[in-house]
Write a protein that binds this ligand. Sequence first.
Ligand SMILES: NC(=O)c1ccc[n+]([C@@H]2O[C@H](COP(=O)([O-])OP(=O)(O)OC[C@H]3O[C@@H](n4cnc5c(N)ncnc54)[C@H](O)[C@@H]3O)[C@@H](O)[C@H]2O)c1
Length: 321
Amino acid sequence: MSLEKKHVLVTGGAGFVGSNIVEKLLNSDVSVTVLDNLSTGKFENIEEFISNSNFKFIKGDICDFDTCLIALEGIDFVCHQAALGSVPRSIEFPHKTHEVNATGFLNMLHASKEKGIKRFVYASSSSVYGDSSKSPKIEGEEGNLLSPYAVTKQLNEKYASVYSQLHGIETIGLRYFNIFGPKQDPNGVYAAVIPKFISRLRSGEDVIINGDGLQTRDFTYVKNAVNANYLSLFTENKEATGKVYNVACNDSFTLNYVVESLKEGLLKKGIQSKSNVIFGPERQGDIKHSLANINAIKNYLGYKPLYSFQEGVNEYIGSFL
Ligand SMILES: NC(=O)c1ccc[n+]([C@@H]2O[C@H](COP(=O)([O-])OP(=O)(O)OC[C@H]3O[C@@H](n4cnc5c(N)ncnc54)[C@H](O)[C@@H]3O)[C@@H](O)[C@H]2O)c1
């Protein structure tokens, strides 16, 4: 497929994953419009693209249906990343999470159908596996949900499936497993562990691990997630659409191991961390182990992890030192 004349709308494009997707698309000569209300994203994540004639930024809210319609003018494909992330935030603010992640999602999906958009790729989450103790996690074998956030992501998948059947819009849902990398916000109570740990290790503050640190996650470098989005947007395999896929590495590590790896990575760059590791209470809504089976995305989309956890950590640390 020639990508040169293609135009993709990236919602949430000023956020962590979204801005990394934008970079890849612009480097591939695809035109990009970003729709983002800058609630958790930052203008500085997209500042470098502003001078690119293939790039346009709309500051707006997906909770407003008319804004969604306007943003879709001239668009071929949608890459929907906008959402309020974080399980704890959703437990504290379920209404706001629902408004953005469920109603905002439906706004974008319905507006896309109204505008005749061909393909709608969207960010789902490993949280849809809920309390399932099966390992590795396989699409189709989900457990009971553990948070309002997970409810909204499952709802996204249901709506996408229904719209795909009713209206023929090609949807692809990507269940991200703990993505990390450049442009991820290390600050605030809802920050993800890897950027937060690195920030604390660098400043010498205590690193706080919720629980015993033996919980495991399939940590996935952001360039793997970007690649999954790219393959989903442009695949010509019709069989691949109307489905959801795990996006991960099929390799998991304990939080204790992650802290040690980050310390080592920083040491290689000449930074010896003086931080202590402190164990706090377990977090509500968390699962103990999370490892993904990635056979479906390999088979349908030709995905493979471009970066292992360690390679991702090395590049990430190198990116800001
Ligand atoms: N980072 C992860 O590990 C992870 C894991 C699973 C799923 N996800 C999903 O991936 C997507 C991207 O996550 P991220 O980590 O980049 O988060 P992020 O907070 O960095 O990005 C989300 C972006 O959406 C924007 N946004 C929020 N509400 C909006 C609204 N009402 N209108 C327009 N824009 C709005 C924010 O300003 C932000 O730029 C989200 O859908 C998230 O749920 C992320």
